[in-house]
Design a protein around this ligand. Structure first.
Ligand SMILES: NC(=O)C1=CN([C@@H]2O[C@H](COP(=O)(O)OP(=O)(O)OC[C@H]3O[C@@H](n4cnc5c(N)ncnc54)[C@H](OP(=O)(O)O)[C@@H]3O)[C@@H](O)[C@H]2O)C=CC1
Ligand SMILES: O=C(O)CCC(=O)C(=O)O
Length: 416
């Protein structure tokens, strides 16, 4: 069977694998698996028509031992407490792998944002923020955007939090517009980091970006910038999709034209410079590099069997199920895992938080250089661990992340 593994099941299976490799006790395993704090809130909305509708919102702080909770806010119809728990757990390991001083958290509201006006989304965001006020803050839990939210959402969260406390506190969110304390380079950071991770993986086989073809699923905040940086690095991007499917050109898509088409509100599938391709077809294209940068669980036992790429670099969180992982491993396909590959976003979020807290802003060049160094350092540590212990890159990244969190617990005295 395929397509039935939930994100939380995937996250728990990955933790169990790391715990087994590390030889941790059942008690420590349970402690690492259990979220420290969860908040479940009602989010009523008065629609523009006057009608009242109710949404449910969540904020989960999976771990706060290495520092404040950190992680995105998702607006999607799929959001439920278990999805948020999985995403929060992945944030914990991700922050530890790239060694930023945070725990892991995530939030979500079960709402399909495309069905609501901007004014309605602002009211939802402000109400959600007011409800979770007691557990967030620059020293407690710092939000960023995720699927269905953006820079504007982060500005509304920051404003609501600040207005309630009576002064401006830019450090409560990251991924804000630059005009209200955002950082240069945050908008493109996750995609850029994905490409740094891809370059590092290719380099292990003596391959460079100009030698490869690539397909990218998802053309949002992560996928569109991954496409852009792949193109700028010389890779031939031959297919891109969003939720409605996408476009394909075997000779290489005209990426600047595709980005301009999207900026003008066009759907990827309507791009005149390619032929239609479905999401399922994209995953099975004969390319060198596959970047799933949309949603969880797309590479399961069945779809993984059809992958022809030699490298899968995970832009999305949790795109590969444990069954999919096994199939890819058996077929010798290298998977650069999400908690490493897409960590560029949280790395530059960290830079944004540091800048906001110091009220001193860095140049775009400083940010790009520091991001590249963090990604390279993290990749090298994961790759070395994988080689030395004969592990997959996923297990190597997880063991590094989990071990750092367990060490923080141990030093703080939270377990014997
Ligand atoms: N934003 C960030 O900094 C980070 C995000 N991530 C992860 O990256 C992934 C993408 O996030 P982000 O780019 O921010 O989100 P966005 O909402 O900006 O973009 C999501 C993209 O995925 C597409 N999409 C949605 N559902 C599907 C589907 N079922 N099949 C194919 N495509 C789909 C969307 O299409 P359409 O536009 O048509 O709806 C859109 O192109 C998520 O897993 C997120 O958790 C990870 C690290 C950091
Ligand atoms: O930038 C951040 O703080 C977190 C982004 C995020 O949600 C993620 O990495 O999944």
């Amino acid at each position: 069977m395929s397509g039935v593994t939930s994100p939380l099941t995937t996250a728990q299976a990955q933790l169990a694998s790391a715990v087994e490799i590390l030889g941790y006790s059942p008690g420590l395993h349970e402690m690492l698996a259990t979220p420290r704090r969860e908040m479940n809130v009602a989010v009523p909305l008065r629609r523009d028509t006057g009608e009242i509708v109710m949404f449910h919102g969540y904020r989960v702080q999976h771990n706060i031992s290495r520092g404040p909770g950190k992680g995105g806010l998702r607006y999607a119809a799929s959001v439920d407490i278990d999805e948020v728990r999985a995403l929060a757990m992945w944030m914990t390991w991700k922050c530890a792998v790239v060694d930023v001083p945070y725990g892991g958290a995530k939030g979500g509201v079960t709402i399909e944002p495309s069905q609501y006006s901007s004014a309605e989304l602002e009211r939802v965001t402000r109400r959600y923020t007011s409800e979770i006020m007691p557990i967030i803050g620059p020293e407690r839990d710092i939000m960023a955007s995720d699927i269905g939210t953006d820079e504007q959402t982060m500005a509304w969260v920051m404003d609501t939090y600040s207005v309630n406390l009576g002064y401006t506190i830019p450090g409560v969110t990251t991924g804000k517009p630059f005009a209200v304390g955002g950082s240069l380079g945050r908008a493109t950071a996750t995609g850029r980091g994905v490409v740094h991770a891809a370059e590092a993986a290719l380099a292990e086989d003596g391959v460079t970006l100009p030698e490869v073809t690539a397909a990218v699923q998802g053309f949002g905040k992560v996928g569109s910038h991954a496409v852009r940086w792949l193109h700028e690095g010389g890779a031939r991007v031959v297919a891109v999709t969003d939720v409605d499917g996408g476009t394909r050109a075997d000779g290489g898509l005209d990426v600047p034209a595709l980005l301009a088409h999207r900026a003008q509100g066009g759907r990827v599938a309507d791009f005149p410079g390619g032929t239609p391709v479905s999401n399922a077809e994209l995953l099975a294209l004969d390319v060198d590099l596959l970047v799933p940068a949309a949603v969880e669980g797309v590479l399961d036992e069945t779809t993984a069997a059809g992958v022809k790429a030699r490298w899968v670099v995970e832009g999305a969180n949790g795109p590969t199920t444990p069954e999919g992982d096994r199939v890819l491993a058996d077929r010798g396909i290298v998977v650069v895992p999400d908690i490493l590959a897409n960590a560029g976003g949280v790395v530059v979020s960290y830079f944004e938080w540091v800048q906001a807290n110091q009220a001193y802003w860095w140049t775009a060049e400083e940010i790009a250089d520091r991001l590249a160094l963090r990604m390279r350092t993290a990749y090298d540590a994961v790759s070395r661990t994988a080689r030395e212990q004969s592990l997959s890159l996923r297990d190597a990244a997880l063991t590094i992340g989990v071990q750092r969190v367990a060490e923080a617990h141990q030093i703080r005295g939270l377990y014997p």
